[in-house]
Write a protein that binds this ligand. Structure first.
Ligand code: GDP
Length: 297
């Protein structure tokens, strides 16, 4: 994760730290290199530009250059801006305070990792939060999608809604709500249908499902390996359904990190979790401070 960016920034900052005094030009030169490193990591151009401007202004505008350890101070400013770029100092969390059953609606394109992530969240809610969860697949498009969730449910020992063939997504959502209430379920996870592309039919279905289930969280699952496409998908969804956050999957294979670094600024939505592998416990809370620390080594 972020390997090449981390290497590139490491060498720029080693050079800055190695100097006793820094001139304005030294800072500008270093920031030019940082800008290239960000763009090579597939960060969206406006995000990279804003980052560089913010760091440059703070590094040159304050008493940084006259301080005893100017290189160290510049690196600190970069760290703070990175945290901001990744979502801010607050660690994101799920809103589970509503009256049960709290509904978490999972949305995303086909193949993004939505069903796997639903099962990962079910497991996490049960094991880390002590919640009684129920999972329901509303995916009537992809053959065997509902069975896939049932199998994963057995693996993570979280209940799934029994499958009734021929039911439409909105009806499944209603049945899931009733079942969750009857069984005193704390959290209901709705795994909605994916599509290959964002289209009107998909959005209409998402809105209808949200209409009958009143979700507290609407989490978009996107594949980090698709880079800026992931950010574009998030933008399209957030214009249509009230997203409360993003889950980036396949962070384990993403050496560049552009989606993670651009998501917040481009979409305004926090990344709440990162998928870090195929195993059902491979999910991490996305903590901007820790991720920034990992990038800066
Ligand atoms: P869906 O079509 O969006 O429901 O996608 P699936 O949940 O079926 O996932 C598609 C594939 O991606 C499966 O083989 C998953 O094991 C894999 N996958 C999901 N999340 C991750 C992740 O975070 N890391 C890795 N390496 N693979 C993942």
């Amino acid at each position: 994760m972020f390997d090449s960016l981390s290497d590139r920034l490491g060498s720029v900052f080693d050079r800055l730290r190695g100097r006793g005094a820094l001139s304005e030009q030294d800072v500008r030169d270093a920031m030019r290199e940082v800008r290239v490193a960000l763009l090579e990591a597939d960060v969206a151009l406006p995000v990279a530009r804003r980052f560089i401007d913010a760091v440059t202004e703070k590094a040159i505008g304050q008493d940084v250059l006259r301080s005893v350890t100017p290189g160290q101070q510049v690196v600190k400013i970069v760290n703070d801006e990175l945290v901001d770029m990744l979502g801010g100092v607050e660690t994101p969390s799920l809103n589970l305070e509503a009256r049960p059953p709290v509904v978490i609606m999972m949305v995303g394109l086909q193949g993004s990792g939505k069903t796997t992530t639903t099962a990962k969240l079910g497991k996490l809610l049960k094991e880390k939060h002590g919640k009684k969860a129920l999972m329901a697949s509303l995916d009537v498009n992809r053959p065997a999608a509902q069975e896939q969730l049932a199998i994963l449910g057995t693996q993570v020992e979280v209940a799934t809604l029994p499958i009734v063939q021929g039911q439409q997504p909105v009806d499944i959502a209603r049945r899931a709500m009733e079942s969750a209430k009857l069984q005193n379920v704390d959290v209901l996870l709705l795994d909605t249908a994916g599509r290959l592309h964002v289209d009107e039919a998909l959005m209409a279905e998402m809105k209808a499902v949200a209409g009958v289930s009143a979700p507290t969280e609407v989490l978009l699952v996107v594949d980090s390996l698709t880079g800026q496409d992931a950010v574009n998908v998030a933008q399209s969804f957030s214009g249509e359904v009230p997203l409360t956050g993003v889950i980036l999957t396949r962070m384990d294979g993403d050496a560049r990190g552009g989606a993670a670094l651009s998501m917040r600024h481009v979409t305004g939505k926090p990344i709440k979790f990162a998928g870090t592998g195929e195993k059902l416990d491979a999910i991490e809370v996305f903590d901007p401070k820790r991720v920034a620390g990992r990038i800066l080594g």
